[in-house]
Design a protein around this ligand. Structure first.
Ligand SMILES: NC(=O)c1ccc[n+]([C@@H]2O[C@H](COP(=O)([O-])OP(=O)(O)OC[C@H]3O[C@@H](n4cnc5c(N)ncnc54)[C@H](OP(=O)(O)O)[C@@H]3O)[C@@H](O)[C@H]2O)c1
Length: 235
């Protein structure tokens, strides 16, 4: 039996990842910070939910303890929970530090907190997979290329949080390179979800596809990669 924890899986891309993995026979654990939203999403899939606010150390610890007690091991961790903290003026020079901190709490520190708490369970699985939901907006190469559509999307808080997440992904992949665990970053593309007031041109289900692929990678698959549906993305 393969099990998977998806953070922020009560809606959007996370829910679609949960749905797809569940359809493929994986025992899915819907991570949700709100009990009711988590339960409702889990009921829709016939899955289980676990209360998990990635910014709360107590919540992360409790979720890890519960998974350990119920399953003893974790095969797949998808660090999907992510935020764009609203800002009236997105210029870097007008960015309040609290907006930057709140963004990093979820998009960067939350990923490290959850990954570290789950690591003993992941190490016990025969070949665990960690997928971090990044974004093409975290690419330094694309962000510095005037011909890239990302060049003018200069949202410092979110973009830099995803660039940091990319390096976090690489760091874990290097630490774990002599194990069977693979750690990769996924870019779902621009998907219509609450995150962007449904302005994306792709569906959440389309965005979920690359995460599902990386969650189910075979033994000869990559680790320390940054990928979308088309293949590798420049860092
Ligand atoms: N949509 C896009 O175009 C796009 C593009 C590139 C990357 N991404 C990334 O894809 C991931 C999913 O985004 P989405 O578009 O599906 O956004 P979404 O619909 O807004 O969903 C975000 C999910 O994260 C959860 N979340 C937020 N803060 C959390 C916390 N502290 N603890 C636990 N869960 C938390 C939300 O829970 P609540 O319901 O409780 O708020 C929700 O379930 C994010 O990492 C995002 O950065 C999205």
């Amino acid at each position: 039996m393969t099990n998977a924890l998806i953070t922020g899986a009560n809606k959007g891309i996370g829910f679609e990842i949960a749905k797809e993995l569940s359809g493929r026979g994986v025992t899915v654990l819907i991570g949700a910070r709100d009990e009711e939203r988590g339960r409702a999403a889990a009921e829709r899939l016939g899955a289980r939910h676990v209360r998990l606010d990635v910014t709360s150390e107590d919540s992360v610890k409790a979720a890890a303890a519960w998974i350990e007690e119920e399953y003893g091991t974790l095969d797949i961790l998808v660090n999907n929970a992510g935020v764009i903290v609203p800002q009236d003026d997105i210029r870097p020079s007008a960015t309040p530090l609290e907006v930057l901190r709140a963004t990093y709490e979820t998009n960067v520190f939350g990923v490290v907190a959850v990954t570290n708490a789950m690591m003993p369970l992941l190490r016990r699985a025969p070949a665990a997979r960690i997928v971090n939901m990044s974004s093409g907006l975290g690419s330094l190469t694309l962000g510095s290329d005037p011909s890239s559509p990302y060049f003018d999307l200069n949202l410092m808080t979110y973009n830099s949080s995803k660039a940091a997440l990319n390096m976090v992904t690489l760091a874990y992949a290097k630490e774990l390179r002599d194990t069977t665990i693979k750690v990769n970053a996924a870019d779902p593309g621009y998907c219509a979800t609450d995150l962007n007031q449904h302005t994306g041109h792709r569906t959440a289900a389309q965005g979920a596809a690359i995460a599902v692929r990386l969650a189910l990678l075979p033994g000869d698959g990559p680790s320390g990669a940054y990928m979308d549906d088309e293949g590798n993305i420049p860092w």
